[in-house]
Ligand binder design. Structure first.
Ligand code: ANZ
Length: 689
């Protein structure tokens, strides 16, 4: 599952360093703007592609947001289609042919040219003498463009004719072979059959270079010269496929290709193997050594862990290797009598994030990864709360590692995280001028709800933006704690709105919950308010409704509405002016998940000596949740005319009697006897006149 490969890295000669992709902007280093080139370097790669199918299929059983599942499916990018072989017409070498991958073999009769990726090895042999210099200069430019840039849909297409032709396998006719950078060497076969009639990219390319456009499926919104028809339709101009629809034609032509040995059904993935080494000092050392004869020797458990050496200089080696390549004393080791050189690549930070949750199970175990019994008890993680930015990196990588550990029999579940919840991002207010220029928050003052620039006096607009150092609008939790306390910080975060909403931090909101905490502390913390007598019915009913609501909302991650229930109960208690000690203790318990400090303090004030954290959650008296009266809507011939309250459980005959003797009924009946009175217990009454 791990192999060595000469993979390209971003090498910056001026900095003498290998850069991460995000440190390269438009082919230049982010720091200093020096040129960056691709350079092949020995690397370690993990074979995540071996798990592609399972990474897609097993999403089915997970309780994750559908959007994240869809992002993972797209990232793995499973595509069903066919590989088709094209012979080169005037091949200078014997048996010259190349394969293409297509999801649309049904369009084979519409192929009017082929395109090879600039990195395609066949270019060297098929390009004609006349086209050689044009192709070579095109290829040298294209190789330095980024993949994102090359595949962007609306980018102007570029390319060069190779001078060579291929034979369309179904028609036998020659078609030109081009080279263009919208074809990627790393996907499918690194070559395509171009169908400008039915593929927008090929259409744009054909238009630009005056190549023929053929329609082979009927339909489409515009003439085929104007736009590709990418939808379904009946096959036309396609010999033995004529009259079939797309799906039927794909099956028919694939069988035909297989029979003629010109192609076969193929499944392709966008997912690539995972480049898992970095040329940096920091990072877990890769526990292998090299014998200098091309053999890689895995270290034995007794030689682990490999510790990083003390070094003075963290600059990369002149070869672009990690600084470890300069730590001579560390580099050379003798293991089992053999002189070896340690691996100098280190692991990326994913090495830790892929399995950290497994160590939480048994963090102090230094004998093994964990005690098997504990793993059995705790895994999988029941609920993982995290940001959506991890969708296709951490959350895919750790699923892969977990599956490898599962296959090795180390963990007992094939998936690590059963339920995933994406919390919303907390934004902050920011300020801008009328022309949209951003102003740092320390240059803003508020006057009567309006905002002004301290220096220029200009009126500013308040907007919502990400927290950022440059806007100086980052909220530091330590400051909030110092001003309002940790309970208020915690309560506000949960009270801001639905947990998965993106929303701005507002200090006024913190003040609001701080006020609630103060009111609750004053009322429940005043001994005279806590009395030795039973609560009235209204208080008890609301208390049990509140316990039930808070519990339900915790289970359903709707913390904000649970908190408002607590506020409503606090208001009632203050209105009554007193509560029983039992009720006060229950209030402390259900407040505790949100405001543990205040709750604990009240709890101890009520004479408890053990911490509230060990107290059981209060039980709900179900009888308190049911209403004891029901308000019947009473209709006459289907129209609701009044409402009538009756004790729950009143017999139907008595409800009927009460309805008919009601003064409003007498008015609507106008002295007549009703034809029928329908009473549906605890629902409705309808009087038919
Ligand atoms: C002919 C064709 C006709 C295509 C048509 C599409 C529509 P997905 O769905 O993303 O897998 N393709 C194949 N290899 C490529 C490469 N290395 N670089 C760039 N493009 C490549 O896309 C598969 C389709 O993308 C393939 O099907 C091929 O174009 C193109 F009406 O072949 B098709």
């Amino acid at each position: 599952l791990a192999y060595e490969s000469n993979a390209p890295v971003n090498w910056c000669p001026a900095l003498g360093a290998v850069l991460a992709n995000e440190e390269v902007i438009d082919g230049k280093s982010e720091r200093g703007g020096h040129p960056v080139e691709k350079r092949a370097m020995r690397q370690w790669v993990l074979k995540i592609t071996a798990y592609a199918d399972r990474l897609v299929d097993d999403l089915e059983g997970l309780d994750w947001p559908e959007s994240i599942k869809e992002m993972q499916r797209n990232w793995v990018g499973k595509s069903e289609g066919a590989t088709v072989s094209f012979r080169v017409a005037e091949a200078p070498v014997s048996g010259g042919s190349f394969n293409v991958f297509t999801t649309r073999p049904d369009t084979l009769f519409g192929v009017t040219f082929c395109v090879l990726a600039p990195e395609h090895p066949l270019l060297a042999t098929i390009t004609t003498a006349a086209q050689k210099s044009a192709v070579e200069s095109y290829v040298s430019v294209a190789k330095n463009r980024s993949e994102i840039d090359r595949t962007a849909k609306d980018k102007e297409k570029t390319g060069v004719f190779t001078g060579a032709h291929a034979l369309n396998p179904v028609t036998g006719k020659p078609i030109p072979i081009w080279v263009a950078d919208y074809v990627m060497m790393t996907y499918g076969e690194g070559a395509i059959m171009a169908v400008p009639g039915h593929d927008a990219r090929d259409h744009a390319f054909a238009k630009k270079f005056g190549l023929p456009i053929l329609q082979v499926l009927d339909g489409g919104d515009a003439p085929i010269e104007e736009a590709a028809h990418e939808g379904d339709g009946k096959l036309i101009h396609s010999d033995f496929l004529n009259g079939l629809d797309k799906t039927q034609a794909i099956i028919r032509v694939t069988a035909w290709l297989e029979e003629k040995k010109l192609g076969k059904k193929t499944i392709t993935y966008k997912l690539r193997d995972w480049l898992f080494s970095r040329q940096r000092y920091w990072g877990e050392p890769i526990p292998v050594a090299h014998d200098g004869k091309g053999n890689v020797i895995p270290l034995e458990p007794k030689d682990l862990p490999v510790r990083l050496p003390e070094v003075q200089d963290f600059k990369p080696a002149p070869t672009g290797e990690s600084p470890l390549a300069k730590a001579d004393a560390w580099l050379d080791v003798t293991i089992n009598g053999k002189a070896l050189r340690r691996e100098t690549n280190t692991m990326p930070q994913w090495a830790g994030s892929c399995w950290y949750y497994l160590r939480y199970i048994d963090p102090r175990n230094d004998e093994s990864i964990f005690d098997k019994k504990l793993e059995n008890y705790w895994m999988p993680v029941d609920l993982y709360v995290g940001g959506a930015e991890h969708a296709v990196l951490h959350l895919l990588y750790s699923r892969f590692w977990h599956k490898v550990l599962f296959d090795l029999g180390i963990v007992s579940t094939s998936e690590p995280f059963q339920k995933l919840f994406n919390q919303g991002m907390i934004l902050a207010f920011a300020y801008e001028t009328a022309t949209g220029a951003k102003v740092a928050s320390d240059l803003v003052e508020e006057k009567d709800g309006k905002y002004f620039h301290i220096e220029t006096g200009e009126e500013l607009r308040q907007i919502v933006a990400k927290m950022s150092k440059s806007l100086k609008n980052v909220v530091n939790p330590d400051d909030v704690v110092a001003k309002f306390g940790a309970d208020a910080l915690r309560l506000y975060e949960m009270f801001m709105g639905p947990l998965d909403d993106t929303k701005p931090w507002a200090e006024n909101g913190v003040k609001g919950v701080f006020g609630f905490l103060n009111r609750a502390a004053r009322f429940f913390g005043t001994p005279e308010n806590i009395v030795d007598e039973a609560d009235d019915k209204e208080t008890l009913k609301l208390l049990h409704q509140t316990i039930s609501k808070v519990a339900f909302d915790i289970e359903n991650m709707k913390f904000n509405t649970g908190i408002s229930a607590l506020m409503i109960f606090n208001n009632l208690a203050m209105k009554k002016g007193k509560v029983s000690k039992e009720t006060a203790q229950i209030f402390a318990k259900i407040l505790a998940p949100y405001a543990p400090h205040l709750a604990e303090e009240l709890w101890q004030m009520y004479g408890n000596t053990e911490t509230l954290a060990y107290a059981l959650w209060p039980e709900v008296d179900q009888a308190m949740l049911t209403e004891d009266v029901f308000e019947y809507p009473v209709s006459f011939n289907g129209k609701v005319r009044f409402k009538l309250e009756m004790p729950v459980g009143t017999p139907v005959a008595e409800v009927e009697k009460a309805v008919l003797s009601h003064e409003t009924s007498i008015k609507w009946l106008e002295g007549k006897t009703p034809k029928k009175v329908i009473v549906v217990p605890n629902k409705i009454v309808n009087v038919v006149i």
